[in-house]
Design a protein around this ligand. Structure first.
Ligand SMILES: [Zn+2]
Length: 307
């Protein structure tokens, strides 16, 4: 029998955690709950006419069976000590994934939940800092160096927190997952001590009830539309969503590499010159020279970038 497990996905935004969570959610023993730390904010939206449930249900115009008003209340009452158990009760699945990603949230939950410590594991979700900075800057969140700092600090904090608490963890690099989904999913299943289930590979149109998440992960749905309230308005124009849908490819075998075409050479240099950033990339398993070589293929005059 599958053992109860509390799983945290930690890392930065835009690291591919929604496409990972949506795929894992297809496993019979795993439920992906999404960004639980934002339940309070989202429950306000869910309880108004503007959003009638999770993003999936919102797109399909139906009431959300997981995040119903009644269940939201039960989860909120369970609090940080009890929400994992409450999700188990509601979903009937033993392994619950919290995709909040914030280290501070994980620390709060972990240290207020003495009985669950031996049930806790973490997945570090990451995409390379160039790609993260591209997502960060295109949403007008901040400047290149700020994005680079945020990326480095988040992952150093992840290693520090997980090592100091002794929480078992594994790293899932978005690029590997996007190119070879089966390989990454098999490793995650081994880490969670469950059998690999190939239905996870066809997650794109499957039903998933999770809080928040990246809209890109839902563009495969037949009824895809931009919800009335989204924090992604800046990058998700109607035209862009339509285009995204019309040339949409199945997940797997390709990777979103817009950074190679939009970041300037000085941006790459700025990112690499942040203290400890390239070391952090190494720790997470990135091969910096390979990434720079990929960039070089698309950009002439690469010779000036210094490591
Ligand atoms: Zn739903």
């Amino acid at each position: 029998m599958t053992k109860a497990q509390n799983i945290f996905i930690v890392g930065t935004a835009y690291s591919g955690s929604t496409v990972l969570g949506n795929a894992l959610n297809c496993h019979k023993d795993i439920a992906y709950a999404g960004e639980v730390n934002r339940l309070e904010l989202f429950s306000q939206l869910y309880n108004t006419a503007e959003i009638g449930g999770c993003l999936y249900c919102n797109m399909h115009d139906k009431p959300c069976p997981l995040f119903s008003k009644e269940n939201i209340r039960k989860i909120e009452l369970a609090g940080v000590e009890g929400y994992f158990s409450k999700f188990r009760e509601i979903t009937g699945k033993e392994i619950i994934i919290d995709g909040s990603k914030f280290l501070n949230w994980m620390r709060t939950v972990y240290y207020s939940n003495a009985f669950a410590k031996n049930k806790t594991k973490a997945i570090i979700s990451v995409k390379n800092p160039f790609s993260f900075v591209q997502s960060f800057v295109s949403r007008e969140i901040g400047l290149v160096f700020e994005g680079a700092n945020m990326w480095r600090d988040t992952y150093l904090d992840a290693f520090r927190t997980l090592n100091s608490a002794g929480i078992p963890y594994m790293v899932v690099r978005y690029e590997n997952y996007a190119f070879k989904p089966q390989d990454s999913l098999e490793k995650v299943c081994a880490f969670l001590d469950v059998e690999f289930d190939k239905t996870m590979l066809d997650f794109e149109k499957k039903e998933v009830h999770a809080i928040g998440g990246n809209l890109h992960a839902l563009t495969w749905q037949d009824n895809f539309r931009i919800p009335p309230i989204t924090m992604e308005k800046k990058i998700f124009s109607k035209e862009k969503a339509e285009k995204f849908k019309s040339d949409h490819k199945k997940f797997g075998g390709w990777v979103d590499d817009e950074w190679k075409f939009t970041l300037k050479k000085e941006d790459i240099q700025t990112i690499l010159s942040m203290p400890m950033l390239s070391e952090t990339m190494n720790l997470l398993g990135y091969k910096i020279y390979d990434l720079l070589e990929e960039y070089q293929k698309e950009n002439i005059g690469f010779g000036d970038i210094k490591l």
